[in-house]
Design a protein around this ligand. Structure first.
Ligand code: GTP
Ligand code: MG
Length: 210
């Protein structure tokens, strides 16, 4: 699959204000500063598309990006949405802001009818974090399909990354019978791009086939 066009569409304060749910949608979520916006830019090959920042809490609304891609022998065109969500676990926000975030995200995840898959980003430099595992359990309770994306793989040795990925999956095994698909990525080295795009392509065809 090749991305032919990727452009910012709109930022919405809640799911009711989001664009018409008339095409497949993929959302990116994870702790603040984990690299969601950078990953979206890497996938779309445009480092200016989603705003990134070294200070956490940059992304605060539900941000839609409109994508046009071509795939297969006949270069079939697909239109779909990528969504950049604000990060969780940002220490400097007030209790009220945190509650607002939780409500916005829960409503979006549970009620957005065209949401096909959620990519949950995990920092590959760390051992399993309770906050991430709890968030996944919540997705499980809500029955929302998701994959894992281990980010910033260029910042550690391959050995360290593999160790952390394994530890995370092992931690999940304690509560999950089946493990989700996972990707290891680096926005800097463009690692993991093809696999994620292939995954999205496969999901898009399933949606088309109904
Ligand atoms: P919020 O919107 O604040 O929740 O953050 P975010 O998850 O969107 O993170 P963002 O993409 O803004 O990246 C945070 C910081 O990590 C930035 O300084 C990025 O340059 C850096 N970063 C993101 N991905 C990678 C990566 O794969 N490798 C390296 N080395 N740095 C990365
Ligand atoms: Mg961001």
């Amino acid at each position: 699959m090749t991305i032919q066009q990727a452009q910012y569409l709109i930022s919405s304060p809640d799911y009711t204000k989001c664009p018409k749910p008339d095409r497949p949608e993929y959302a990116f979520i994870g702790r603040s500063n984990v690299g969601k916006s950078s990953l979206i830019n890497m996938l779309c090959d445009n480092h200016k598309l989603a705003k990134t920042s070294s200070s956490p809490g940059k992304t605060q609304l539900i941000n839609h990006f409109e994508i046009r891609s071509a795939s297969g022998k006949h270069n079939d065109i697909s239109h779909w949405y990528l969504v950049d969500l604000p990060g969780y676990g940002f220490a400097k926000v007030s209790q009220t802001q945190r509650k607002q975030w939780e409500k916005m995200i829960e409503d979006y995840l549970r009620k957005r009818e065209n949401l096909v898959n959620v990519f949950v980003l995990i920092d590959s430099r760390h051992s399993p974090q309770k906050l991430d595992l709890e968030f996944l359990n919540q997705l499980g309770i809500w029955q929302i399909p998701f994959c894992l994306v281990f980010t910033k793989a260029d910042k550690e040795t391959q050995k360290e990354v593999s160790k952390n990925v394994k530890a995370f999956l092992d931690a999940m095994r304690k509560t999950w019978q089946f493990l989700p698909q996972h990707f290891v990525t680096s926005a800097v080295k463009k690692m993991g791009r093809d696999k994620i795009l292939q995954f999205i392509e496969a999901c898009n065809s399933e949606v088309k086939a109904g």
